[in-house]
Design a protein around this ligand. Structure first.
Ligand code: ZN
Ligand code: ZN
Length: 265
């Protein structure tokens, strides 16, 4: 997301919803963009820094870790992530001579990056935004949870970013003491979403767009933060609660989870 002014976002969202948008978190997941995190100057917009698993698959350098270490000291940084496991990652070699070796190496690198960023988040007392993707068999989420439990990090705060899994996986994630699930436009259009969205406990729900990705409309390939009211309206309908109650709840969840506004603001 590249958003110059949060007031602009508030002014363009649908009437009846705008007064509920107080804070936002922009996720900087591509190291080449970390230094563009100028949204921080807009009141109400906070940032997170992470490494998308597609890039972590290539390995994370010591220099990148040092850079993350200093970026996350910013009072505008409220989380570390996205980071996690993505089993849809493809290697960059063309042509690929050994797909199974590349796949194995990508997974190893993603796991190493995930654990290193978890440890950084623990040291900085920051929540972690988890990106988990696979081909629909739940294997990435299963392995992610295994790693968290194996490293005794289940007491950290986790945000399952763009959650689009099943009831069983929802329950599995709830082994973690503090977890919130981000619902995006893609999930509200998906059959599993129709069943799962109403089952997410109210205190574990937040909304997100994943902009500029996961576009909501075929006529507009680029997603925008101001599509949030569309997601909010649909989630309120699926959960059968007034939009105002939903917005109050998700704001409250996000403020508590990300500890916004920061004391130094
Ligand atoms: Zn390859
Ligand atoms: Zn993601």
């Amino acid at each position: 997301m590249r958003l110059r002014n949060f007031q602009h976002l508030q002014s363009v969202v649908a009437p009846g919803c705008s007064q509920y948008f107080y804070y936002g978190v922009a996720n900087y997941v591509f190291p080449s963009r970390w230094n563009n995190s100028d949204v921080g100057f807009a009141r109400g917009v906070y940032v997170s820094f992470g490494i998308h698993p597609h890039l972590a698959a290539e390995g994370v350098s010591k220099r990148q870790m040092d850079q993350l270490d200093s970026l996350t000291d910013s009072h505008l940084c409220v989380a570390i992530g996205e980071v996690g496991l993505d089993y849809t990652t493809t290697c960059i070699c063309r042509p690929c001579r050994n797909p199974s070796r590349c796949k194995e190496e990508a997974r190893r690198n993603q796991e190493e990056a995930f654990i290193n960023l978890l440890l950084l988040a623990r040291r900085k007392s920051l929540p972690v935004i988890i990106h988990c993707r696979d081909c629909g068999d739940g294997s990435a989420a299963k392995r992610t949870l295994e790693l968290i439990l194996h490293h005794n990090l289940a007491d950290m705060k986790f945000h399952c970013h763009c959650f689009e899994e099943t009831i069983e996986e929802l329950t599995a994630w709830q082994q973690l003491l503090t977890i919130i699930f981000g619902v995006s436009g893609k999930f509200i259009r998906n059959n599993t979403g129709l069943e799962v969205i109403p089952r997410i406990p109210p205190n574990q729900l937040v909304l997100e767009t994943d902009s500029p990705f996961l576009s909501l409309f075929a006529w507009c390939p680029v997603n925008h933060p101001w599509n949030l009211p569309v997601i909010a309206a649909e989630v309120s309908r699926l959960r059968n609660i007034p939009l105002s109650v939903l917005m109050w709840t998700i704001n409250d969840n996000a403020l508590k989870f990300f500890q916004m506004p920061k004391q130094r603001e």
